[in-house]
Design a protein around this ligand. Structure first.
Ligand code: SER
Length: 317
């Protein structure tokens, strides 16, 4: 029997590229993209697309039944920086959407769920370097709180109801196709756009703020790999630590200067600095590497090269 997939939040930074990849793997007719609005025409026009409000159980269920969906990737969420501006909205969206999908799986409407967690589950009391899979987790952002409780519920639904749910704690994701929105790690995407367009960037984090990051191709590979791994190999049902690289704004600027020597960076930290300071600087992902053979490919210079090339084409520079 073929896999029938629904992606919720398909217009977003990760959802969009995941949609393209899954369509390549499973065929256009087996992958339904959905979002709250038509705000990414490349996704909307790339195959079946439905408007879904992830907070409305009926709207998700109708779509699942209409297309005979067995696997849902729940990519809709409000990220860290926006979540601090709208705490209750972030809580409602991030938790109610997860319950809807977990309950559809519990009631056997669907068989498998992917739900992304984040490095935001960690907090100031977490060890900052090589943060282990199991450690103190006291998130101080609303986004982080929603991800931490989400992890607990995923594990609960797996243990009590046998729901096949799989998750990854994504670090900051760097990509060129779709802009991220409302995150603290977004600077590492904006910087490339500004480097290509204006050769200058004012960074909202300080120069030595180290954060874990990952290139989109690696993030998509991890997502596909964990979802296609044998059920028995997925030992952790809350969410797996996942690492690629770690760098600071100063280091990414130096990497850009190798290609654009007159690129200039200035620093003007805002409220997002406190969020970044509460998160790990690097992640220990030994368990993901062991359980389902995770391995990243892109280092910082490889990312810079690819980003500058793709954005140069995009902006016709
Ligand atoms: N990229 C996210 C954010 O910055 C973290 O998962 O909010």
């Amino acid at each position: 029997m073929s896999t029938r997939i629904l992606i919720i939040g398909a217009c977003g930074q990760i959802g969009s590229e995941l949609t393209f990849k899954l369509r390549e793997i499973y065929g256009d007719d087996n992958v339904v993209a959905s979002d709250i609005s038509y705000n990414n025409l490349e996704v909307v026009n790339s195959g079946i697309f439905e408007i879904i409000d992830a907070m409305d159980y009926a709207s998700v269920k109708v779509c699942v039944e209409k297309y005979n969906i067995d696997t849902v990737y729940l990519m809709a969420a409000m990220l860290s920086a926006t979540g601090e501006k709208y705490p209750m909205k972030a809580w409602d969206l991030n938790t109610s959407s997860l319950f809807h999908v977990l309950n559809l799986a519990k009631s056997k409407f669907i068989k498998k769920v992917f739900w992304p967690s984040s490095i935001a589950v960690f907090g100031p009391s977490t060890p900052k370097k090589e943060t282990p899979q199991y450690t103190t987790m006291e998130p101080t952002t609303v986004y982080g709180i929603t991800k931490q409780v989400g992890e607990r519920w995923c594990e609960y639904y797996n243990q009590k109801y046998g729901v096949d749910v799989r998750g990854i704690r994504y670090p900051g994701i760097i990509s060129w196709k779709t802009l991220p929105g409302g995150g603290t790690t977004d600077y590492a995407v904006e910087i490339y756009h500004e480097a290509v367009k204006n050769k200058a960037y004012e960074c909202f984090l300080s120069e030595d703020t180290a954060l874990p990051m990952l290139f989109m191709d690696d993030a998509i590979k991890a997502t596909v790999d964990i979802m296609t791994a044998d059920n028995d190999d997925i030992k952790i049902r809350s969410s797996y630590n996942l690492a690629g690289i770690t760098f600071t704004p100063k280091e990414i600027a130096a990497s850009i200067q190798k290609y654009i020597p007159d690129f200039k960076i200035t620093y003007k930290p805002d409220f997002r600095q406190e969020i970044a300071d509460s998160w790990p600087q690097s992640i220990d992902d030994t368990t993901a590497r062991k359980d389902w053979n995770w391995k990243h490919d892109f280092d910082l210079d490889a990312i810079t090269k690819e980003m500058l090339m793709q954005l140069g084409e995009k902006y016709n520079i």
